[in-house]
Design a protein around this ligand. Structure first.
Ligand code: ADP
Ligand code: ZN
Length: 291
């Protein structure tokens, strides 16, 4: 079957055609400009194909509640031009087919459970550590929404003993995103994150924050797999230190082999690599069609 997928990012949009196995047949990307201009490019792409369903994984905040009057909107984003934009409504007007709509990270979590590192499991947590920090979760086979959708990047953390940085989040001092996103690293070090040497002390702090946050997510959600994506996780030397700090913050409390001896296979990189986002949108399309 032919499925359409949109990964709507704050910086770029990725559009793709794929199938129910997660295979991508064709993909294109373009910068995110105004909604009018960006959606015109989206239409130009999908008009060439006859798709059965479409999945949209998007930056937020969004309204993912099908019973709400603003379902399918990007809501209170500070991104210029994108505040209160009915993205799903405009897509539905053009293509009257089943559509899935969710946060980019919820999409990625569904993609990893359907086709990637958590395939065969009924639960996982997907975390992106990039321009922002966000998390999506599948629990007992279903994506977690609740009141709105989880905003896992904004919880308060305890500072690393050597870190005097207050963080860059305008809402919360010392929140995870404010302390550990790519822009936070760059604000602290006055250097591009990808240019920092692998043994720079900031990476130890980074692992400390990620491990601390993961320990809390494990306590609350009890995920069967944790997947870490986003630009900052290109620093693969972080993984062993994240494993260490996650164990250290849990301090032996969760008695499961996944955490005590198998943590290397429990906290992992995306099985779908750089396609985690777009395959996630494909998984949303597949789910919409099955519903
Ligand atoms: P987005 O979050 O916008 O979708 P990314 O996940 O690629 O995009 O995140 C971009 C952020 O990740 C940048 O702010 C940058 O600081 C950081 N980043 C990108 N590449 C690297 C790298 N190789 N090492 C460390 N940080 C990186
Ligand atoms: Zn915050």
């Amino acid at each position: 079957m032919k499925l359409g997928a949109i990964e709507a990012g704050g910086t770029k949009f990725v559009v793709a055609i794929g199938d129910e196995t997660g295979r991508i047949e064709k993909r294109e990307s373009f910068p995110t400009t105004t909604p009018e201009e960006t959606l015109a490019k989206v239409f130009a792409f999908f008009d060439q194909f006859d798709i059965e369903a479409l999945g949209v994984g998007t930056f937020g905040p969004i309204d993912p509640d099908p019973n709400s009057s603003t379902y399918g909107y990007i809501t209170t984003t500070p991104k210029p031009h994108w505040n209160q934009v009915d993205i799903l409504g405009q897509l539905k007007q053009r293509y009257p087919i089943p559509m899935g709509f969710d946060t980019d990270v919820n999409g990625a979590a569904l993609g990893e459970v359907s086709f990637g590192a958590a395939k065969g499991l009924d639960s996982c947590l997907y975390l992106t550590i990039g321009t922002g920090i966000g998390g999506g979760a599948v629990v007992e086979g279903k994506l977690v929404h609740g009141l709105l959708h989880p905003e896992m990047g904004h919880m308060r953390l305890v500072s690393h003993p050597d870190d005097e940085f207050r963080g860059i989040c305008p809402y919360h001092p010392y929140c995870f995103e404010g302390l550990a996103s790519g822009p936070a690293i760059e604000a602290r070090c006055h250097q591009k994150a990808y240019e920092l040497p692998k043994d720079h002390p900031v990476w130890e702090m980074e692992a400390y924050y990620i491990g601390q946050a993961l320990a809390t997510y494990i306590l609350i959600l009890s995920p069967k797999k944790i997947i870490l994506g986003g630009g900052v996780m290109k620093q693969t030397q972080l993984f062993p230190r994240i494993h260490h700090y996650t164990q250290s913050f849990l301090n032996g409390y969760i008695q499961k082999p996944e955490i005590s001896s198998g943590i290397k296979d429990y906290i992992v990189a995306p099985g779908l690599g750089d396609n985690a986002g777009i395959c996630g949108a494909l998984a949303l399309a597949k789910q919409a069609l099955e519903k």
